[in-house]
Design a binder for this molecule. Structure first.
Ligand code: PMV
Length: 328
């Protein structure tokens, strides 16, 4: 009745931006990401507790944060077809939430894997990915390591909308993602609100969906060939396109700060000097730089020169896994 799992966050190279079903968290388009090590979230779930208790990073969770965790465990109970009693959940991440790395992705992936195990359900990436998706969309891509593709699916019940691993972490050990933290503040508009506004009001949204579906196929080919330049160019273009849909929303929405723009424009100059470095950007001001092992130090230095207050260098991460040691 008790299990602990560790999962890594992921960064999308072709982004998920917009839901076709808000309740089930079904996307309009497929997306593809890289799982990031050494960052991780560890979560212990125990059913049969005296009452529901949720502790996240040393604080008792309240309001919607608590509700989202308990709702996911409700789905675990439904999958197990058993009344497992109240649940105690303790979760801890080892990276700053302000990194903008959607800590919710690693958190809900760890919760899904630990929750299923605590309920006695077998380890099954597909079922865990579907469950994690219903906590936070991008979480479905953190159940497995390496490069994972969230296939949008067609079914209204979402049973075919989950992530599959396209390449494991060992496929391209030399690839690096360098998180440049320019701003530690909370983002003003949460990704779920930003994407909803964009879907509802941006005239560019249909073009985004069409392009992203094509880019997911192309990105797979670049990763298969370990072609950093082709991947970098595609990854940047996709990030620009995602943000362009939001610029065109009503009211217009920009996640970029002046510092974001300064850094990402600077990369172009660096590439001219022979440093292979490209960016991607989620729903926040902190770019994540794509490069290789030989240039990660240079990438960190240029991020710091452009005002990064913190930098986290990441390598491809592995699957979410069960741990023998519990948090309580
Ligand atoms: O999973 P959410 O609701 O945090 O949305 C994540 C959206 C982006 O991070 C902007 C893109 C992505 O694919 O991760």
């Amino acid at each position: 009745m008790k299990a602990t799992a560790l999962a890594h966050p992921n960064i999308a190279l072709v982004k998920y931006w917009g839901k076709r079903d808000d309740a089930l968290i079904l996307p309009h388009q497929s997306s593809l990401s890289l799982t990031l090590s050494p960052l991780s979230v560890t979560t212990t779930v125990e059913f049969g507790a005296a009452s529901d208790q949720v502790e996240l990073n040393g604080h008792t969770a309240k309001g919607s944060e608590r509700d989202r965790v308990l709702r996911l465990l409700e789905l675990v109970r439904a999958q197990a077809k058993a009344d497992l009693g109240p649940a105690k959940v303790v979760s801890r991440g080892d990276f700053p939430m302000a990194a903008g790395l959607a800590s919710s992705a690693a958190g809900f992936a760890a919760l899904a894997v630990a929750g299923r195990a605590a309920a006695g359900l077998p380890s099954e990436p597909r079922a865990a990915s579907i469950l994690a998706r219903m906590g936070s969309g991008s979480a479905c891509r953190s159940v497995q390591g390496g490069f994972c593709e969230w296939q949008r699916g067609e079914r209204p019940d979402g049973e075919d909308s989950f992530a599959v691993q396209r390449f494991d972490a060992a496929h391209w050990p030399d690839v690096r993602m360098v998180v440049a933290i320019l701003d530690r503040g909370e983002k003003e508009v949460k990704s779920r609100d930003g994407m909803k506004l964009t879907v509802d009001t941006s005239p560019y949204y249909p073009a985004w969906v069409k392009d992203a579906e094509v880019e997911v196929v192309q990105v797979r080919e670049h990763i298969a060939k370990r072609d950093l330049q082709a991947l970098g160019e595609l990854c940047e273009r996709n990030a620009w396109r995602m943000h362009a849909t939001s610029f065109a929303a009503n009211p217009p929405l920009s996640y970029m700060s002046p510092g974001t723009l300064a850094l990402i424009l600077h990369l172009k100059e660096q590439r001219k000097k022979g440093i292979p470095v490209w960016f991607t950007l989620d729903a926040g001001p902190n770019p994540v730089l794509l490069t290789d092992a030989a240039h990660e130090v240079a990438a960190e230095a240029l991020a710091r020169a452009c005002g990064a207050v913190d930098v986290i260098r990441c390598v491809p991460g592995g699957d979410a896994e069960l741990k023998a040691e519990h948090l309580f």
